[in-house]
Design a protein around this ligand. Structure first.
Ligand code: HEC
Ligand code: HEC
Length: 343
């Protein structure tokens, strides 16, 4: 798999880009006037333009700063855990453990989802508890099971560092505040984009881009297996919250945690299926180590737990059809995932 990632750790990269009208990366630099050079985010194939809030336009200096902060362990209480510790660029910014492990080995309750194409996600978290990337940043930082830090202390630490002070001034004409800090990280996250998978090349007319097995899997996914009832459209999610029939021994109240509506108990966000080939383990609590087990779960028709969605019912798929579904899911792995301002 020709999977590459792009990261920019050094501030000097910006200097290299000055004056460049277009660079051959996921992003195009244009002169936005003043010293604020905008990053034009290149949408994945067949996706609409990348959503970007007007109050936080994506600029080179914000993205470079946000990327540094994303991989900065001193944002955590004991300087051991960064955002990138749980959102690993080599795993489509997801994690290999069933549930997250934060400072001092503290185990969380849920599995860290992939952040690829996160700019497109209307409600973040498995329960939809956060409505924007800017708004989301403080949650892991202050969560005692994750980074366990105090935002005020973190900002003071950053402002005491001359190189961070310079970068914040460059990006915002200001020091690190709650607003500038969260905007920088969010601006970087918006650049984490998939550049298309074998599936996309197949849909664009390259009949050999995916195997015959994956092609049969695609038909099952959209037809008999009913997966597209929920995993719909170009991101393979309809952005709803559903109960897909898992057993809930260690009850996580799911969407009800946010809405307080008992009918939402144990409903979770329908996740995007892009890059599932490299984001094991699966589900909100990482209970299934393999895609074969995920498919076996759906074939079983679910456990019939309270609130199970009517679209989940037993499927009569033989072993080779189940393999076809897995082959199709693997064809959704992006050929390349880009992040930051350049490669
Ligand atoms: C200790 C591991 C851990 C660390 C550190 C961590 N995260 Fe996460 N992240 C998670 C988990 C677990 C979830 C899912 C939480 C939930 O749904 O309740 C998550 C969810 C997210 C989401 C929502 C994605 C979606 O599609 O719903 C974003 C965005 C995110 N994290 C960004 C960050 C940023 C930015 C940082 C650093 C400030 C960070 N994370 C640090 C584990 C971590
Ligand atoms: C009723 C809606 C619905 C249908 C139908 C459905 N899913 Fe899901 N799917 C979900 C929900 C909701 C989750 C997350 C559940 C959780 O974590 O508790 C999920 C999770 C997944 C995951 C795990 C993704 C990850 O990142 O952890 C995979 C893979 C998956 N589904 C594949 C499929 C396949 C293949 C089918 C068809 C056989 C299918 N789904 C049918 C709603 C659905």
């Amino acid at each position: 798999m020709a999977y590459t990632r792009t990261r920019t750790h050094v501030v000097t990269t910006v200097a290299l880009l000055v004056g460049a009208a277009v660079v051959s990366s996921g992003c195009e630099l244009v002169d936005a006037g003043g010293d604020e050079r905008a990053v034009v985010l290149q949408a994945p194939p067949a996706f609409p333009p990348v959503p970007e809030p007007v109050h936080n336009r994506t600029t080179v200096s914000k993205v470079v700063l946000g990327e540094r902060l994303f991989f900065e362990p001193s944002l955590s209480s004991d300087s051991t855990v960064s955002c990138g510790s749980c959102h690993d660029p080599d795993r489509a910014f997801a994690e290999p453990r069933p549930v997250s492990v934060g400072v001092q080995g503290r185990r969380g309750l849920r599995n860290a989802p992939s952040l690829v194409n996160t700019a497109y996600t209307p409600l973040l978290f498995w329960d939809g508890g956060s409505f924007s990337l800017e708004n989301q940043v403080v949650a892991p930082l202050e969560n005692p099971l994750e980074m366990d830090a105090d935002l005020g202390e973190v900002l003071a630490r950053i402002n005491a560092d001359a190189s961070y002070r310079a970068q914040f001034f460059d990006a915002f004409g200001d020091s690190a505040t709650v607003e500038t800090f969260t905007q920088a990280i969010a601006a970087y996250e918006r650049t984490i984009l998939g550049m298309g998978a074998p599936f996309d090349r197949y849909m664009a007319g390259d009949a050999d881009a995916i195997s015959a097995s994956a092609q049969r899997g695609l038909s099952l996914f959209n037809g008999e297996a009913g997966c597209a009832n929920c995993h719909a459209s170009y991101r393979f999610t309809d952005d709803t919250f559903r109960n897909n029939g898992l057993s809930f021994a260690n009850a996580d109240s799911g969407r009800a945690r946010i809405t307080l509506n008992p009918d939402d108990f144990s409903k979770f966000k329908v996740p995007s299926l892009r890059n599932v080939g490299i984001t094991a383990p699966y589900m909100h609590d990482g209970r299934f180590p393999t895609l074969e087990q995920v498919v076996a779960h759906y074939v079983s028709g679910g456990t019939g737990s309270r609130g199970q969605d009517p679209a989940i019912k037993p499927l009569s798929l033989d072993a080779s059809e189940q393999d076809d579904l897995v082959a199709f899911l693997r064809s959704l792995t992006d050929d390349e995932i880009r992040s930051g301002v350049t490669n």
